[in-house]
Design a binder for this molecule. Structure first.
Ligand code: NAP
Length: 308
């Protein structure tokens, strides 16, 4: 039986592993099918403290893993299929093994929603991004588009105005889901141009390996001709889905499916802690995820001390 099991190998899971390892808790860490998490899909990370020149997302995650292993973490590849939080110790079923643990740190992250276009996946990291905070800097002086009508899209549009020449905000309706204050801020920013009642039908041009423009269509008028918009970057900000399927019905989740935490990283089940984007509806940054991984490991350590 393990003292600590961690599910997720992004900055939250690996930081939890470093802290749990250094507390001599010999954690087991389930990596999932994308070891390193979302950062594996980004190019240069320039906002993680300690790397003034920036660092490739995959390098950063490889270093975090090395650090976790150095302090005694056992990393297990593959997906966790089931967790049973109704019994003590908890049970984790992954490909070909069942692990028992006294505490569990859930760091399964959240996935950005995608438009679902083939061109979108081909151009991800080549002009298509789901993180303005991470990638906005690369679009200095350029024409960019942002898709979405919620707070994230408007907030990211405002952020992008620091770099881009024009930010074309594309929303599928003429009413925003975003708060009034964010709408007012966006409307008063002269770099933001609103394109309403428009859906992205295609992103050009995968064959050139870069974004050269968008084809937009009015969803209420399927017969209308698609309109071309020349842009060099497109940010998709249409929401996130927290990866909480494993614990649905076992842990308290908020209406959007994020794990509810109280008092640090404690969840509704004693001995289960959450870290990173799986409970973070607001910041979703590598550094905030890492910090919450630290918190979860320290909370787990305290829990083990007092429940012994
Ligand atoms: P959200 O509120 O769910 O908004 C998603 C937006 O994307 C909606 O406008 C939606 O259009 C659009 N959308 C969804 N699927 C689409 C598709 N396939 N194609 C085109 N458009 C699509 O998500 P969010 O903006 O990420 O915000 C999530 C939560 O975090 C919210 O509660 C938000 O208030 C909060 N948040 C707060 C702040 C802040 O307070 N500073 C900042 C960011 C986020 P429809 O409107 O037509 O459905």
């Amino acid at each position: 039986m393990r003292d600590v099991a961690i599910i997720g190998s992004g900055p939250a899971g690996l930081t939890a592993a470093v802290y749990a390892g250094r507390a001599n808790l010999r954690p087991v860490l389930f990596e999932g099918n994308q070891p390193g998490g979302q950062l594996i899909t980004t190019t240069t990370v320039e906002n993680f403290p300690g790397f003034p020149e920036g660092i490739e997302g995959s390098d950063l995650m490889a270093r975090m893993k090395e650090q976790a292993i150095r302090f005694g973490t056992e990393a297990v590849g593959g997906m966790v299929q089931k967790v049973d939080l109704s019994r003590r110790p908890f049970q984790i079923h992954s490909e070909g093994r069942v692990e028992e643990c006294r505490t569990l740190i859930l760091a399964t992250g959240a996935s950005s929603k995608k438009l679902g276009l083939a061109s979108e996946s081909r151009l991800t990291g080549r002009g298509v991004s789901t993180c303005a905070t991470c990638d906005g800097f690369f679009f200095r002086g350029q024409e960019v588009a942002i898709v979405g009508g919620g707070d994230s899209a408007l907030e990211e549009a405002l952020f992008l105005t620091r770099f881009a020449k024009t930010v074309h905000l594309i929303h599928r309706r003429d009413k925003f889901r975003a708060s009034k204050i964010m709408q007012a801020r966006a409307e008063s920013n002269e770099k933001i141009r609103f394109i309403l009642n428009a859906v992205v039908e295609d992103i050009l041009d995968p064959d050139q390996g870069k974004v050269t423009g968008l084809l937009l269509r009015n969803p209420a008028d399927a017969a209308s001709a698609a309109r071309h918009l020349a842009v060099e970057g497109v940010f998709v900000a249409i929401g996130h889905v927290p990866n909480t399927d494993l614990v649905r019905g076992q842990l308290e989740l908020d209406p959007n499916g994020y794990v509810v935490v109280r008092e640090g990283s404690r969840t509704s089940v004693d001995g289960v802690f959450a870290a990173g984007d799986v409970h973070d509806t607001r910041y979703k940054q590598a550094i905030t995820a890492a910090a919450s991984g630290c918190r979860a490991a320290m909370d787990a350590e305290k829990y083990l001390e007092f429940s012994a």
